[in-house]
Design a protein around this ligand. Structure first.
Ligand SMILES: Cc1cc2nc3c(=O)[nH]c(=O)nc-3n(C[C@H](O)[C@H](O)[C@H](O)COP(=O)(O)O)c2cc1C
Length: 202
């Protein structure tokens, strides 16, 4: 018999459909308790061998500016002409990135030393957790956006954040209160993405 979804179940499906990535949030910093709830949602994700491979670095206030300076320094060192007009723009853009929201949560998969752990599965578990965070943020009246970019894959950034060697930054989650009404998302129709096989194909 088909089970009819309860109200909570319907709410979850609506949150999945209505979640959206958008950059603009209010400058006001959400209280730590709300940030903790968003982080806790990550830790309810499935994880093989129960390794719980997620770790979080929460940057707020001046720590975001320090991170911006650090990222700007890296970007500067990569440019041929960092002091030219174009170079300066690129460096300043990098510096501003951690300031796009009042809270920046770095979500990483760290090696847990579990003998059966498979690295890609550890990353997958954390990615599942990041989606939980985005949905939890919606449920709490916040907005969270998943970003990566080159700094996510830079060992110097991982060291700066105090992440152990062998860690993977899975997401920079920016978090704040939404300011804009969200525009509905578009997705392609799923029909052509699915192959149904029930053993009766001729
Ligand atoms: C692994 C991953 C990395 C992402 N990195 C970025 C990013 O660096 N910058 C960005 O603007 N969006 C980033 N996004 C968000 C996607 O751009 C966004 O999910 C996509 O445009 C679909 O929009 P929606 O989330 O509103 O459905 C990332 C998403 C994922 C899953």
């Amino acid at each position: 018999m088909t089970q009819v979804a309860d109200t909570a179940g319907t709410g979850i499906l609506r949150a999945l459909r209505e979640r959206r990535s958008f950059a603009q949030v209010a400058p006001e910093e959400p209280p730590r308790e709300l940030i903790r709830q968003v982080i806790e949602a990550c830790t309810w994700a499935p994880n093989h061998h129960r390794t719980e491979p997620w770790r979080f670095v929460v940057l707020t206030g001046l720590a975001r500016e320090e991170m911006g300076d650090f990222l700007a320094g890296i970007r500067r060192s990569q440019l041929e002409d960092p002091d030219g007009d174009e170079g300066r723009k690129v460096v300043e853009k990098e510096r501003a990135k951690p300031l796009r929201a009042p809270v920046l949560i770095v979500v990483a998969a760290v090696p847990t030393g579990h003998p059966k752990a498979i690295e890609i599965e550890e990353i997958q578990a954390v990615a599942a957790g990041v989606e939980n965070m985005l949905i939890a943020a919606e449920a709490l009246g916040l907005h969270a956006m998943w970003r990566t970019g080159k700094p996510a894959y830079d060992d110097a950034v991982k060291r700066y954040l105090g992440l152990p060697s062998g860690s993977h930054i899975v997401a920079f989650v920016s978090l704040g209160y939404p300011v804009l009404p969200r525009v509905p998302r578009r997705r392609q129709d799923i029909s052509h993405l699915i192959t149904w096989r029930d053993g009766r194909e001729s």
